[in-house]
Design a protein around this ligand. Structure first.
Ligand code: ADP
Length: 162
């Protein structure tokens, strides 16, 4: 049983993320979507909401679970008995940071490999930040996130206006 861990902030989970989930399941038997608190990025949504939305967005995939994690990623990966880390690569701009993290994790964890997957072209420009910006200005969201995420973001911004 090969287990992969797909870590991220998922603020919120987008169709680009779920595209990577689908691709990961061709390589791993089970996938854990691991949601990081990531206060450095000042996420919009509380971690419990990000976990819940990631659960909803991945509910049609068998063998996927979602949970929050804290602390060092490599320790979390070992604690879950997982075999590899999955990250998505969009444009060149992702590369430098991802390269650094993958080599650092391998250095501190020995054998641990990071697998990079490219999304479908239609999602290669999609970021959680763009989705939040669209939501803030009442733009269309359904092509970019699942309906439940779209609804939650609209509620969030409507609530913050009133
Ligand atoms: P982080 O803060 O760790 O970068 P994100 O939630 O922004 O967390 O992203 C998690 C992972 O998913 C990262 O590897 C990121 O490159 C990847 N990712 C995000 N959006 C997309 C997308 N549209 N297509 C492919 N990969 C993506």
């Amino acid at each position: 049983m090969r287990i992969g861990v797909y870590p991220g902030t998922f603020d919120p989970i987008t169709r680009g993320h779920t595209d990577i989930v689908a691709r990961s399941l061709q390589l791993f038997d089970r996938l854990i979507v691991a949601v990081a608190p990531n206060p450095r990025k000042e996420p919009l949504l509380p971690i419990n909401d990000r976990v819940e939305l990631a659960q909803i967005a991945t509910k049609n995939f068998a063998h996927v679970e979602v949970e929050a994690f804290n602390g060092l990623l490599v320790e979390y990966v070992h604690s879950r008995g997982a075999h590899g880390i999955i990250r998505g690569l969009r444009a060149l701009s992702d590369f430098e940071h991802e390269f650094q993290m993958a080599l650092l994790n391998r250095k501190i964890a020995g054998q641990l490999e990071t697998v990079f997957l490219m999304p479908s072209e239609e999602y290669s420009y999609l970021t959680s930040s763009i989705v939040k910006e669209l939501a803030m200005f009442g733009g269309p969201l359904e092509d970019f996130v699942c309906p439940e995420v779209a609804q939650r973001l609209r509620q969030w911004y409507d609530g913050s206006k009133s």
